[in-house]
Design a protein around this ligand. Structure first.
Ligand code: SAM
Length: 305
């Protein structure tokens, strides 16, 4: 089980940092399989778990471009430091004027370093694009955002990738989940973290019932072991698709707390679910762990009880 989670340089809403240890316990991975992650987002799950062979994909071209640039050496941790120190200094002097200058420049030129700057200084580390695929997240209003310690933190996150890349066979691709899953076979492990239905509105990131059903069908057709992250319930509602679309899966849960806005009173709890097309007790690493705290259920049996 992973207990120290490596945090990647990109932030994204719905990032799974807190669930990585649980995923690492129930994912069926070893060095012979290819890790396939069709909705990589920040990449935090695969970057922590992925064995030697992996395909990371997403429809957001800008995260993929950044990882590809780091992998090819086009952007180094040294470049990141230089860039963030220089632009961070201007942010401190000119405040939001400079943020919006970089945002306009990014929307014209699509430089991955501008994307990193915006991602780390925008409101709440969000990634959101309008219908013209223009990044439109407002400023986070922290002119001293790129203080020395923060720049060093980001540089170390990039360095960690530079350390991993030479030893692995990882590919980063900008493509739809259908394309990515069509490249899988029985030697693949597919981890999916799609947008949650009704929870994200974004033009690289829209999701409805048709997407959910199609995702289920292509996963089943792939013949691979797969795992899906989704939400189970909160105090207001439950995710109906778990008992319908995904009813033949196994499920494990973890409680997750998140904040809406800055106030402590807006702290909400959400039960996260991992759904799998295999019994997690059969995962070789799990069998050794007889005292596991993990609660699991076979959905079909629960539904028919
Ligand atoms: C919830 S986020 C994934 C977060 C990721 N697991 C993490 O921890 O950082 C969902 C991702 O799916 C991507 N996405 C949305 N629709 C997609 C599609 N049709 N095909 C592939 N990726 C898609 C979004 O761009 C977004 O990065």
């Amino acid at each position: 089980m992973i207990d120290k989670v490596y945090v990647p340089p990109i932030k994204i809403q719905g990032i799974k940092t807190k669930i990585v240890p649980l995923i690492s316990e129930v994912a069926w991975v070893d060095d012979n399989i290819t890790w396939i992650e069709p909705f990589m987002g920040s990449g935090v799950v695969g970057l922590n778990l992925a064995p030697k062979h992996a395909v990371f994909a997403d429809t957001n071209p800008h995260t993929i471009a950044l990882y590809n640039a780091i992998q090819s050496g086009k952007i180094t941790s040294y470049d990141v430091r230089e860039f963030l120190e220089k632009e961070g200094k201007k942010l401190e002097e000119k405040d939001e004027k400079h943020y919006y200058y970089i945002r306009d420049r990014f929307n014209e030129e699509h430089n991955p370093l501008d994307f990193l700057f915006l991602n780390r200084s925008c409101f709440n580390g969000m990634i959101r694009f309008n219908r013209n695929y223009q990044f439109n997240v407002p400023y986070g209003h922290k002119p001293k955002r790129f203080a020395k310690a923060y720049v060093t933190k980001i540089v170390n996150q990039v360095k960690r990738l530079e350390d991993i890349f030479p030893d692995v066979d990882w590919k980063f691709k900008c493509q739809s989940f259908e394309q990515t899953i069509s490249e899988a076979d029985t030697q693949s492990f597919i981890y999916c973290d799609p947008p949650y239905i009704g929870r994200h509105v974004d033009y690289y990131d829209s999701w409805d019932e048709n997407h959910e059903v199609r995702l289920h069908d292509v996963l089943v057709d792939s013949g691979a072991h797969f795992m899906l992250s989704t939400w189970d319930k909160n105090k207001y509602r439950k995710n109906e698709y778990i008992d319908t679309v995904w009813k033949e899966c196994w499920k494990v849960n973890q409680e997750h707390f998140y904040h809406v806005g800055a106030k402590e009173s807006n702290r909400n709890s959400m039960l996260e679910a991992l759904l799998m097309n295999y019994n997690p007790q059969n995962v070789p690493a799990m069998k050794k762990n007889e005292e596991s705290y993990i609660q699991m259920s076979f959905l079909d049996e629960v539904a028919n009880a």
